[in-house]
Design a protein around this ligand. Structure first.
Ligand code: HEC
Length: 167
């Protein structure tokens, strides 16, 4: 006679065990938002909403889960499996950070203890990172030659051929 025992470890149980307690905005999610979201998601930017506080983030919980799980947000379009993989300003999320956010939303997006919140980023810090993000003096500047039209192929398309100095 064979006895089969099935042991199921859910990721939720495993994670709660390692982090010691339920995932909350104040303790777990706010630090991630500070590093990877608030540069764009603060008042006065082109992003649709601010993610600076719990009250601001809470109504967006479902959308946040969706966009983060799809790796749509934060925008980071570099393929991590080829070429250069480490960037100084890499703001993409690790699998673990995505799991934390998903877990937070699935648990009803709780605030937790407000005293666990990291000190808020100041506006100057945010301005600085926005400046870096949209630097007006790029490291390389290339001149565009007059465009080439291939009318019979696509009259509304302009083709440019630009020589880059590092090739
Ligand atoms: C580089 C700037 C930038 C960063 C960093 C960024 N976002 Fe965004 N986000 C945007 C912009 C611009 C939009 C509006 C365009 C769009 O929907 O794609 C947006 C849209 C969204 C939306 C959809 C809102 C809606 O109207 O449904 C969500 C949710 C979101 N961001 C969450 C996040 C989260 C969470 C992070 C961090 C993990 C993050 N974003 C990081 C710029 C950013």
């Amino acid at each position: 006679m064979v006895t089969r025992i099935l042991v199921l470890m859910t990721p939720l149980a495993a994670c709660a065990a390692t982090s010691g307690g339920p995932v909350t905005f104040s303790k777990d999610v706010a630090p991630i938002f500070q590093k990877s979201c608030q540069t764009c998601h603060h008042p006065g930017t082109s992003a649709p909403m601010s993610l600076m506080t719990y009250a601001e983030a809470r109504p967006w919980a479902r959308a946040i889960k969706e966009r983060v799980a799809r790796r749509d947000m934060p925008p980071w379009h570099l393929d991590k499996t080829v070429g250069i993989r480490q960037y100084k300003n890499d703001r993409s999320l690790s699998d673990e950070q995505i799991a934390t956010i998903v877990q937070w939303v699935d648990a009803g997006a709780p605030e937790g203890n407000p005293s666990d919140m990291p000190p808020p980023l100041t506006f100057a810090e945010l301005l600085l990172s926005v400046e870096l993000f949209s630097a007006t003096t790029p490291p390389v500047s290339l001149k565009m030659p007059p465009p080439l039209f291939v009318a019979e192929l696509a009259p509304s398309v302009e083709l440019f051929s630009v020589a880059v100095p590092w090739l």
